[in-house]
Design a protein around this ligand. Structure first.
Ligand code: ADP
Ligand code: G6P
Length: 448
């Protein structure tokens, strides 16, 4: 069996206890526990401009994975990461064409950085390698590698949604982007909807390629273990003591407009308005690490949430009770797992999400005998397989409020029955089955 070469823009720092928040890094880390792997991508660092920028590749090996990363210049970071990837592709793929901030020049930087990735990866490749490219930052990377003569099997997986072509074509270069995807032997997406949308796009543009569904998951065994073992951690004990037996609701999301956070805060506000019996009693912890903090929409969202949390706490709080505990820094994963475990309900209410791993993590972390209730948006990729959750439309604050009341007053039997329905899928579709199925498909493409 040859080596697996994984390429993604975001590469976790191999020795960092605080992994970056984000489904891609979390799932890949869980999936790459066996076999020999090279993981190539951006170091997370920016360096000043220089003529003919030719970054060094830094290499670090931890267990079976060799991490190889390059720095980007400020201009590359700006045009490739902030503007084209996160100011254009991200909103568009999350069905928010109105937030897209298109300028043609950014497309050139995006293409150039993809070509740079290809040039820097080329000398690291070995005969027998299979290459697996991840996410919207790197749509054209397969083509850039083919242009350099790479004949190895190359697969691509999109972690985020793919919208209907009628929306996608708001991007002036959408057809060019789809054409470059002919370079891939296997193309994977999260859901049936994404596959249908992408395949419609291929048909309309006349591209011979086919997207298939490879749903992503978590490592449920190790997450459940962390949730259980972390209960004795002093920080978890501190949280527990601070709750003093009060019902506890949790939300965990990157600070991103796709996550529906203002709508969620509004739902919680309506809940306190319409169900006054919970005032002074319930605690809602929202853990929302700042993400892409230099992109204007993300800065505006942060201000909006600061304001909403302040307003709700000011209106409903009391000298001995804070309705929302709102954090904008990450929490170590081991702690997070036990926080989920303590929570009577979790709010996972994205407006649109590729899969959403938090929903699966919350289910995995529960105590079987006394599980909490998952409140889940219809618009998470995870939704079709998790309909035993309390399903909500995140745009309807009253529906969120009703779901919160229902969750906190749900009879034990119903809570257990719902969790019993949710659990099997979280264990059936994992990070490992996702990677295994994709790699098998890529292996078959090689043989063919
Ligand atoms: P996305 O990939 O859009 O960020 P997902 O829900 O698929 O959304 O994945 C998010 C991942 O990041 C999850 O594994 C989650 O536990 C992790 N994460 C999110 N927020 C935090 C946080 N505050 N601290 C630590 N990890 C976080
Ligand atoms: C989502 C994307 C990933 C990205 C992550 C964190 O999960 O699908 O590609 O890595 O968000 O975002 P960031 O911009 O910090 O890498």
């Amino acid at each position: 069996m040859g080596r697996l070469v994984v390429v993604s823009n975001r590469v976790p720092a191999p020795r960092d206890r605080l992994q970056p928040a984000g489904g891609l890094a979390v799932a890949l880390r869980a999936a790459l526990k066996e076999g020999s792997c090279l993981w190539f991508g951006w170091s997370g660092q920016q360096v000043p401009e220089e003529d003919g920028h030719d970054p060094e590749v830094s290499v670090d090996k931890v267990e079976n994975v060799t991490y190889a990363t390059i720095d980007l210049t400020h201009a590359e970071y700006d045009g490739f990461y902030q503007k084209y990837s996160n100011g254009i592709l991200w909103p568009l793929c999350h069905y928010r064409a109105g937030l897209m901030d298109y300028e043609r020049k950014d497309q050139t930087v995006y293409q150039n950085v993809n070509a740079l990735f290809a040039r820097k990866l080329l000398p690291l490749l070995q005969p027998g390698d299979m290459i697996w490219i991840h996410d919207y930052h790197l749509f054209p990377l397969g083509q850039a590698l083919r242009d350099l003569g790479v004949t190895a099997p190359i697969g691509f997986f999109l972690h985020i949604p793919f919208p209907p072509w009628s929306l996608m074509r708001a991007l002036p270069d959408a057809d060019t982007l789809l054409r470059t995807m002919q370079a891939y032997d296997v193309i994977g997406v999260q859901t049936e909807d994404d596959a249908r949308n992408m395949n419609d796009g291929f048909a309309i543009v006349g591209v011979e390629a086919k997207a298939e569904v490879f749903p992503i998951g978590i490592d449920p065994d190790s997450f459940a273990k962390q949730a259980e073992e972390g209960l004795s951690n002093p920080d978890v004990q501190r949280l527990k003591e601070s709750l003093r037996g009060k019902p506890f609701i949790i939300g965990v999301d990157r600070l991103d407009y796709s996550k529906g956070l203002p709508e969620r805060f509004r739902g919680y506000e309506v809940f306190l308005e319409r169900y006054p019996e919970h005032r002074g009693k319930v605690v809602y912890l929202q853990v929302t690490p700042v993400s892409r903090g230099n992109v204007p929409e993300y800065r505006a969202l942060r201000r909006e949430l600061d304001e909403a949390a302040g307003r709700i706490n000011g209106t409903y709080g009391d000298f001995d009770w804070t309705p929302i505990r709102y954090l904008t820094h990450p929490v170590p994963r081991a702690l997070l797992a036990s926080f989920y475990r303590l929570a009577d309900a979790a709010l996972v209410t994205p407006l649109r999400d590729g899969m959403n791993l938090v929903a699966k993590e919350y289910v995995a972390a529960q105590n079987k005998a006394n599980p909490g209730v998952l409140i889940l948006s219809h618009f998470a990729g995870a939704a079709p397989d998790m309909e035993a959750a309390l399903m909500v439309n995140p745009h309807d604050a009253d529906e969120i409020a009703d779901a919160l009341h229902k969750a906190l007053t749900m009879p034990d039997g119903e809570r257990r029955a719902r969790w019993d329905h949710l659990e099997p899928d979280v264990w059936r579709v994992t990070a490992v089955t996702w990677a295994r199925d994709f790699i098998q498909a890529l292996g078959k493409a090689r043989t063919a």
